[in-house]
Ligand binder design. Structure first.
Ligand code: SAM
Length: 276
């Protein structure tokens, strides 16, 4: 039998511990320190406040479940998690049903502890108002209405269009609010599937220019405007101010920023430019 086990059997477990303590004291050794107590595990909302998919399920917005949007928002908005900034969502939810809506605004509030969350809806959703959540009545098909809401908010860092999903409204909203979005801001358009539905003011024609997908697809060419060989091409505002367009199933996320990386087209197209 090994010596330690023999000692334990002869002296008993308790006496072995007393002897060890005595030995440590005589040799001036410190008792082994016990690990610090683990911090209490967060519970309830705090336990899921970093996970947009779980928050979406908790607050019952269809951004996760019926749709698969929050996984993408998590990636594109994570850098703002603790920032103090303004988020505007068009479409608060519940349509004309009294007391219904506000799910996504509550989700954003829980995910961004320092942000101001604003919602705009064609219906009065003021029952959703609370600390850090402010709602406005407004019609996204009307630039005046959109500008009035934007004026009240001030700086716009994130804009999410989850309103009527009618192409002309999506286009008007983008044309009005994108220029007002902060440099470095994020603009999202949800439910782009309606762009293909004539019943929803969309079109079955994949090349149609007057649908929301028509507009969004054109932005991707604008990303490369510096490579166009037409010397007379005048870059548009979106050409110069969009640095990325991310297409997902029924969701598009646009990153605003100065698009001026330069080109090497003159070197690549030497002959063409030598002639001109
Ligand atoms: C899909 S729901 C929004 C859901 C909510 N964002 C969420 O995720 O919980 C669409 C909302 O857009 C609103 N809406 C419809 N047409 C609108 C318009 N022209 N301008 C502003 N809001 C509109 C509706 O009243 C409805 O409440």
């Amino acid at each position: 039998m090994p010596i330690r086990a023999a000692m334990k059997t002869a002296l008993g477990e308790k006496n072995v511990r007393v002897l060890r303590r005595l030995k440590r004291r005589l040799s001036g050794q410190k008792p082994p320190s016990s690990p610090p107590p683990a911090p209490p595990k967060p519970t309830g909302l705090a336990a899921i406040s970093g996970d947009l998919n779980k928050l979406a399920l908790h607050f019952k917005t269809d951004k996760w479940g019926a749709h698969r949007y929050t996984q993408h928002y998590q990636r594109h908005l994570q850098h703002l998690k603790d920032d103090s900034f303004n988020l505007l969502e068009i479409g608060i939810g519940g349509y004309s049903r009294a007391g219904q809506g506000g799910a996504s605004l509550r989700m954003w509030k829980a995910f961004f502890p320092n942000a101001q969350i604003f919602g705009m809806d064609i219906q009065d959703k003021s029952f959703v108002d609370e600390d850090r959540i402010t709602t406005f009545v407004g019609d996204q098909s009307d630039p005046e209405s959109l500008n009035a809401v934007a004026d009240k908010i001030g700086e716009l860092d994130v804009i999410i269009d989850d309103g009527s999903h009618r192409s002309p409204h999506v286009i008007t909203t983008f044309a009005t609010l994108f220029p007002r979005l902060k440099d470095g801001g994020i603009y999202a358009v949800e439910d782009t599937q309606s762009s293909y539905w004539p019943e929803w003011m969309g079109s079955e024609d994949l090349d149609a220019r007057d649908t929301s997908m028509g507009l969004l697809k054109r932005l991707t060419d604008g990303l490369n405007y510096e490579e166009f060989v037409d010397e007379n091409y005048e870059p548009t505002y979106t050409d110069r101010n969009i640095v990325a367009v991310h297409f997902y199933h029924n969701l598009v996320i646009i990153e605003k920023g100065k698009n001026a990386e330069g080109t090497n087209k003159r070197r690549a197209l030497k002959e063409r430019y030598a002639k001109s």
